[in-house]
Design a protein around this ligand. Sequence first.
Ligand SMILES: Cc1cc2nc3c(=O)[nH]c(=O)nc-3n(C[C@H](O)[C@H](O)[C@H](O)COP(=O)(O)OP(=O)(O)OC[C@H]3O[C@@H](n4cnc5c(N)ncnc54)[C@H](O)[C@@H]3O)c2cc1C
Length: 444
Amino acid sequence: MPRTHPFEEISPWVEAPADLRAPLEGDLAADVVVIGGGYTGLSTALALRAQGADVVVLEADFAGSGASGRNAGHLTPTIGKDVPTLLRLFGKERTSRLVRFADAAVAHTEKTILEHGIDCDYAPTGNLMAGVHPKQEKRLRRAAEAARWLGAEVRFVPAGETRERGIPPAFRFGVLEERGGALHPGRYAMGLRRAALAAGVRIFEGSTVEALEDGPKVRARTRRGSVRAPHAVLATNAYTRSTGRKPRAVVPLRVSLFETEPLAPAQLDALGWRGREGVYTAHEVLESYRLSAQGTIVGGSKVVRYAFGSALPEPYDPGAFDAIEGAFRERFPGLADVRVARFWGGWIGLTLDFLPLLGVEGDHGNVFHGIGFCGHGVAQATLMGAMLAERIQGREHEWEGALRRRTLSWPPEPLRWAAAKLFNGALSALDRRTDRRIRALAGV
Ligand SMILES: Cc1cc2nc3c(=O)[nH]c(=O)nc-3n(C[C@H](O)[C@H](O)[C@H](O)COP(=O)(O)OP(=O)(O)OC[C@H]3O[C@@H](n4cnc5c(N)ncnc54)[C@H](O)[C@@H]3O)c2cc1C
């Protein structure tokens, strides 16, 4: 397809590192073989190595080239579709554990950044789930109340306070998640990679696992070699089908982002977004916006796509790029002369209940997976690493119980495609109605 939009093949956050590790050649043995070198795989490897395990990570491209190097960098305790939905599905006790798990995931990630001295521009600004139309106020007030009642560190921020804080006026009021903030996702991934290498984790890049053979010792096969280990970890999230496994609980969705050119000091002053809170809108398929440390605005989402057969379609998606730039123009009318410098895309792993999965599979119960972060994995994939490491060592992590539940499976194709299309279509129709109401209010 001819490229009409400025496009990054991976993202502006990462490129192949200068010390790229060689592909796997020949047959090796290890205590644990981890497949996938994103936040989940690297965090698992680090946690296992700290207990003395001999760990090999096999990464198809370079560590950090998946969603971990492509995301928007909101370090957020958002969990599930929303708290009221979680309450309906799981009741008070369970939901309370889930929201506290999500807060703990943020705290654990902040600790990880400190512990390994990772310079990733982390700013604990908090994130605002923002109402963009007055009709959303009641729902957001209720959501904030419910989340607080369950122990989450959030509060409703009324319109007066959002103005005082200098939050751009399109974001009228909202639920402020006081824990978390925003970081440079690529530097965070590369920091974990460096820490893992320094700790003695053996990482092989350009090493796609093509098959995983079950046995008392699992064998992970790449084109030119294999690793045999008593335990394997699938840390491949949206990409899991590429390993030959066919997860029924997680489907990949394509998500697109943009970055503007850096704002001039006068434009930043006029914008007045002093607290630099991350923002996501209360749409069904949210829009996200944040200021980066480089003075650019990074935003997007809004349009997600499922491809038949849980394929990973190419990340160049001009329709989505137009939609996310269009939304940005509407929310930031004062920045009409700021150019969008680049677009990119990646894949998230979606479960039917919007919660991540920690599970075990294989004939010998020794293939573990930590997948399905539903677009909230910066914090949750990091904590998942610690949880997987405990599980492999035969212990239960304090938060494992929060995620234990009956796993819901997506239906097989072609029903899966039809269901995804129907669901996505319904959510987009609701969002189009919200957007029409916003325009009517603005007299556009
Ligand atoms: C556009 C976008 C925006 C997002 N924004 C946010 C956000 O602001 N906040 C937030 O919390 N979350 C966000 N997310 C989600 C977050 O990035 C993910 O949940 C998280 O990075 C998942 O980490 P992971 O390690 O599980 O998966 P990944 O980072 O995807 O890592 C999986 C790795 O496995 C490798 N791999 C795949 N197949 C194989 C194979 N067969 N053999 C070997 N290796 C293989 C891949 O190359 C990849 O490196 C976003 C995601 C996207 C795509």
